[in-house]
Design a protein around this ligand. Structure first.
Ligand SMILES: [Zn+2]
Length: 98
């Protein structure tokens, strides 16, 4: 047991769990999430617990288990927009609403 490595990993990891996130649309992303986020109790991006929708699934690196994960409506839309924006020129600016 090397205590140096352990303390570094604990400091860096804290509540963050490394996952491979497979969105419904778009490429796999590497994210660090909390237990709440992993258990579909909070938005994968901002951690809100409101207006959550299924956003695909994730695999934890440690166990390889698959988890259904969720995102809030705003981030679900944003994720899809980012996927499209990557393939398009920069002109895709949404008009302000109301
Ligand atoms: Zn969110």
């Amino acid at each position: 047991m090397t205590s140096d490595l352990t303390s570094h990993q604990l400091t860096a990891a804290r509540a963050a769990i490394p996952i491979d996130y497979h969105p419904i649309e778009g490429p796999t992303q590497q994210l660090l999430v909390s237990g709440e986020q992993l258990h579909a109790n909070a938005c994968l991006y901002c951690g809100t617990e409101q207006q959550l929708h299924t956003a695909g699934h994730a695999y934890t690196h440690s166990s390889g288990l698959a988890w259904v994960v969720v995102a809030c409506a705003a981030h679900l839309a944003l994720g899809r927009a980012e996927v499209r924006a990557a393939a398009l020129p920069v002109e895709a600016v949404e008009p302000p609403l109301g």
